[in-house]
Design a protein around this ligand. Structure first.
Ligand code: HEM
Length: 259
């Protein structure tokens, strides 16, 4: 049997697939948050950055397909491992003891996974496709870069170039309490999911009883908390008016019109 087939067929292989795909998705989620935090800077920043991502063309599709594959593997491994552990326990062991033995976070794993999956679908329809929730997106307005934008020293967009106005789209989208509320709920559940997922991964890798495992787990707790706070900051600051859209942007005009 090849190594790949072994990964999919054995229980430990599935656990590794679960951990590996989880790491890939975590990398994306953290990178995405770092990019999104540019909303607190000049509109040129996040709009230039989003333009860079869009301009990747076929490479962007390679990344999207890789993410999709990671999501597929993660869900498949989760279902397979759950069915396997239920079968191993047998029907007599489904009762209260097992339920109580499981930690609060592990019990919420399936629920948080489902909500986050539904959130990602909603989020792509909201911001990438523009199907609902962002009337601004449908108006198809564009943003004119006031300054050139470079990423790691590489020039991305020139001053005066017309790009998609992600900045206004985010400000207008998060002006709705229900939209912001759903983002906060989903990213909160995602943080719990990451926190417990990392813990399960340490167990798979045999790191749980290790001396430095306690510190590692503390670091993961801090990271999950920082991830949630970072994600909370964006809709939270916009909804409460702590962050105001830059003057002269369509988001600023929208704010005045909606008062
Ligand atoms: C405050 C939170 C967030 C903000 C402001 C935000 C913002 C955005 C924006 C503006 C886009 C569209 C980019 C474009 O069309 O140019 C996008 C795409 C996306 N976001 Fe988020 N996002 C947030 C949270 C998340 C979370 C928590 C996840 C999942 C873990 C996520 C996953 C995605 C995915 C999968 C895409 C599609 C990427 C693609 O086009 O291939 N986002 N996000």
């Amino acid at each position: 049997m090849s190594l790949l087939a072994n990964l999919f067929r054995s229980s430990i292989g599935r656990k590794f697939l679960m951990a590996g795909s989880g790491l890939v998705l975590t990398g994306f989620a953290v990178g995405h948050l770092v990019g999104n935090l540019q909303i607190f800077s000049h509109p040129d920043k996040i709009n230039g950055y989003a333009h860079f991502l869009q301009s990747l063309g076929p490479a962007l599709w390679v990344v999207r397909l890789a993410l999709l594959a990671a999501i597929g593997i993660h869900i498949w491994a989760a279902v397979a491992l759950t069915l396997e552990s239920k079968a191993a326990r047998g029907p007599q062991n489904y009762g209260v003891h097992k339920w109580l033995a499981a930690t609060w976070a592990s019990r919420t794993m399936r629920l948080s996974g489902l909500v986050v999956a539904a959130f990602v679908v909603y989020h792509i329809l909201h911001f990438t496709v523009g199907v609902f929730g962002s009337e601004y997106y449908k108006n198809g307005m564009e943003y004119t870069m006031t300054e050139a934008f470079a990423l790691l020293g590489f020039p991305v967009v020139q001053a005066g170039a017309q790009v998609h106005d992600v900045y206004s789209m985010i400000f207008i989208g998060f002006g709705h309490p229900l939209v912001s509320g759903f983002y906060i709920l989903a990213t909160g559940l995602l943080a719990i999911h990451l926190w417990h997922g990392a813990d399960s991964m340490f167990q798979t890798l045999g790191l749980r009883s290790n001396k430095w495992a306690t510190n590692l787990r503390r670091a993961v707790t801090l990271l999950a908390l920082a991830y949630f706070l970072g994600n909370l900051a964006i809709p939270g600051a916009i909804l409460t008016g702590i962050a105001k859209p830059a003057a002269g942007t369509p988001a600023a005009a929208h704010l005045v019109a909606s008062r």
